[in-house]
Design a protein around this ligand. Structure first.
Ligand SMILES: [Fe+2]
Length: 205
């Protein structure tokens, strides 16, 4: 759909470009909020209650960000694309979150990668909008501070006393889950099991 107007004092072409970029941020944040609820429901094991509750707190914060981004898109003169298909098309990940039911530490390892991707996307957007739209830049900077804080709450669980992350060097959510899953059971290991529908991490007993 053709972009018809821009905020006062802004070029339509700039508003259109920034709205397009925000659609991707909207999709990533929506994907993140759904993933946090998914973990809220499907996490198991030692530490369940604190992570179950933390996931709800973080999902609430992220839902607030979704609304801010969507309403900035509409203020820029575009349509906020928050429907499921639009989210799946626009998000920077190419698949849904990798874990199903799984232990606390496996989910926290995987969530470290999820936050890494979303925050990197926000920082990239801040770089791009800075010259033409300080209002969107300000919005994204404020959100990135909150995302960094949420990320720290995840990372504090997978860090050692030197500050080294168990997920360091991992590429995928499943790989990060595997390197973190043993942390509540020193010396413990996990194995990766592939089922028909999805991969599951199963602690070795
Ligand atoms: Fe709940």
């Amino acid at each position: 759909m053709k972009h018809m107007y821009a905020p006062a004092g802004m070029e339509i072409s700039d508003a259109e470009e920034i709205a397009g970029l925000l659609q991707v941020r909207l999709a990533d944040l929506t994907d993140l909020s759904l993933t946090l609820k998914h973990v809220h429901w499907n996490v198991i094991g030692l530490g369940f209650t604190s992570i179950h509750e933390l996931m709800d707190q973080q999902a609430e914060v992220v839902r607030g960000m979704i609304d801010e981004v969507a309403e900035r898109i509409t203020a820029l003169g575009a349509i906020a694309g928050g429907l499921p298909t639009q989210v799946a098309e626009n998000r920077t990940s190419d698949a849904d979150y990798a874990l199903g039911r799984g232990p606390v530490m496996a989910h926290l390892g995987a969530l470290d990668k999820v936050y890494e991707r979303v925050i990197t996307g926000h920082r990239g957007a801040i770089e791009r909008v800075g010259d033409v739209d300080a209002v969107t830049e300000d919005l994204l900077i404020g959100q990135t501070a909150k995302l960094d804080l949420n990320h720290w709450f995840i990372r504090a669980h997978v860090s050692d006393t030197e500050g080294k992350l168990a997920t360091a060097g991992t590429e995928s959510e499943m790989e990060a889950a595997a390197t973190s899953a043993h942390l509540l059971q020193p010396g413990g290991e996990t194995e990766r099991v592939e089922s028909e529908d999805e991969e599951e991490l199963v602690p070795l007993t």
